[in-house]
Design a protein around this ligand. Sequence first.
Ligand code: BES
Ligand code: ZN
Length: 883
Amino acid sequence: MDIARTPATPDGNPEMADAAIQPKAPPEIRREDYKPFPWLVPTIRLTFDLALDKTRVTARLEIERNPAAEAERTIRLNGDGLQLESLSCDGNESTDYRMDGDDLLVTLPGERHSLEIVTVIDPSANSQLMGLYASGGMLCTQCEAEGFRRITFFPDRPDVLSTYTVRMSGPKALFPVLLCNGNRTDQGEEGDTHWAKWHDPWPKPSYLFALVAGDLVARSDSFTTINGRKVELNVYVRDGDLGRTEHAMESLKRSMRWDEEVFGREYDLDLFNIVAVSDFNMGAMENKGLNIFNTKYVLADPETATDGDYDGIEGVIGHEYFHNWSGNRVTCRDWFQLSLKEGFTVLRDQLFSAQMGSAPVKRIEDVRVLRGVQFPEDSGPLAHPIRPDSYREISNFYTATVYNKGAEVIRMMRTMAGEEAFRRGTDLYFERHDGEAATCEDFVRAMEDGADLDLAQFRLWYSQAGTPKVAARLTHEGQTATLTLTQTVPATPGQPDKQPMPIPLSLALFDRESGNHAGDELVVLDSETAQFSFDGFATRPVLSINRGFSAPVSIDRDVPRDELVFLAARDDDPFARYEAMQELMTGYLVGSVSGELDDAERDAARGDIAQAMRAVIEDSALDDLMRGELMVMPSQAYIAEQMLIADPGSIHAAREALKADVATRLADPLHALYERAVQVPFALDAEAKGARKVKTLALSYAAAGDPATASGLAAQQYDRADNMTDRQGALMVLAGLDSAERTGRLLDFYNRYQGNALVIDKWFALQASSLHPHAIEHVKSLREHEDFALRNPNRVRSLYMAFASNPGAFHSADGEGYRMLADLILELDPINAQTAARFVPALGRWRRIEEGRAELMREALQRIAEAPKLSRDTYEQVTRSLG
Ligand code: BES
Ligand code: ZN
């Protein structure tokens, strides 16, 4: 065999070569170009000689031709910045290979071969946090989506499934704990070094590979599966954090039980490990048998974690655990199918959390995220279907659309089929595709066959982007109410024309007098327009529609305000009741910002809002968690979304003014609510959580109406707090006020929790998201704070995500906020491209913003685009945003 060595670059440094030769536009990968990989890699054996700055990786691949693919003489092994130390094929060092960019192409004459590849990597220099990297003295991995190619040369695509056997060794003192996927089969030591062997019996794609080495301690427990198998459970953290792992462990056990009971899914290994790391690009990762988590989604105790943090941990632990079936046992054929695992698993974690706590409140929270993040994405330059058609960098497609709209699409199938039939569909899906790399189409077909649905037209939900708009008009004549529904699906980039989609809408018609209705109906609007008639109404009924948010659409119903007031007080569907409150407030805010309402109309509308809010505050049948939801004002993002062109400044001002107006009109009931809630002692149950929620809400209303009094109350709440929810809530209110109490409490908070990274993150975020008129200056000086760290994604997000969603600061009319964000993106891009690119969408909505700011946002994007060297991640997001 010929030796055909092509050095990566003249100076041997592939990273540098990349910069020099990388074309300005990275190639576009298209879904329609999918081809099965010509080779199978049934087994891989990996050997890691671990060190923080120099880890040697030996990979032994057994490969054979894929009978289901077109034969090829070469195998493409993906690499990313890798140094090849040696390569041999069937024991022969002189193998025919060449580099193609970062990839290694090896020519293979026969049907089956074994390849041995040795690479050397430097985890301590890995600031991208993809592949093998160092975090606080430990080593860990993140391989999804394309990080495994930063560890060794491999067909790094999810349709290549292999059985992994791993030997890892390293200095005992530095890395007393050595973990990998599957089960540990052996271990030993030689002097200062020790080693462990791991075997994962379940074939998996490379993105599910994981390895951890570090000085860790574990909370251990066990779970006995429905068939009586005992599974060892560990939550690994750094010494000192053990006291904050109980909730994570309890959440894990609840997840395991729930998946057995609700989806019939049993765990399939004898061991399940979770490891918490403090430098992590995402929330958590479902690696087989070895989930790796951002510390934010593991560590909690009442002193340092809020109620929201507790819920977040339960949800994310559930989510990653549920991937063991929806993602791992059945994985994705290619990354265009990402929603197959993510959309489905988000639905599963939503249903789990709903059952663990208040289902209506959970539903409202989920819809709030969808509307606040996904709707804007779907109406902007980054809009894409839940199954995208093309990408340049797959990391950019872990979006609210793929995740949250993806979950809504599967939820609609469940709504149309009913719970039992839906379960037959998921059972069939898991049975049919176990051990396979499947597609969204496979899922839909299993649903059709198992749940007996016709989803022919429904498939449009996978291919069309854009949030459908449904106009609902109700007329009444004689005994009959007639509902006319009309849908439009807006044009999105690359998709100018849309077809009507099936939209399942749950509705009820209320009798105004009795306040009752004859039951929920599910209608499916599957044409552009349709009429539905309902008999037996002597008087015009009140329409409640999209109950439970049965479809991810925006409803335009032309209802008089008094009907909204009625629904806000009487609707028995909690989501619909919330919706009526939101509509009441949104209608007023949009109307007053756009100048559609005159003074008298505005005053009348504010009166109605206050009346509805008073009813909510005083309704003794409501629990406080739900009361809190009903009291929340629509977000800035959601209001802006209702307007063709938004002026962030006016929306912000109008929203704050409405808050102040409500607070002034309802000063007494708000105060009474606060005083009642203060009496409830700390506990982690729904009642006490509800009390904490309304307490801080009442306080933030008060802060808008009567800042001086609110400041005193907030300071008192801060000083007396015996839990983080109360303390953070009080500090959030204080941070927005220009009061004497503010500075002292902020300083106290910092001193009290110095050294606790997750709490210091809150300290950064609170100030960056505050209503304080100088918030933008605070962000500037926090950027220079000694605790700010560009290399820690949690810290960067806590400052800049909070800032980018703070309309009063970020949308400063002189464009300073946009310049600051562009500076951050440019500075962060070479360090951590994935995290940098996630800030771009905040600048991307310029076409929907008033022209002065729009131009300044565009300039900021343009400046990023002109940078001499950009990552694929940021390049793609910026060019799409500029449109
Ligand atoms: N598989 C993802 C983690 C991931 C995302 C890895 C993107 C690589 C790139 C994981 O299952 C996930 O979705 N995590 C979410 C949290 C979840 C509760 C939605 C996350 O990390 O934000
Ligand atoms: Zn996921």
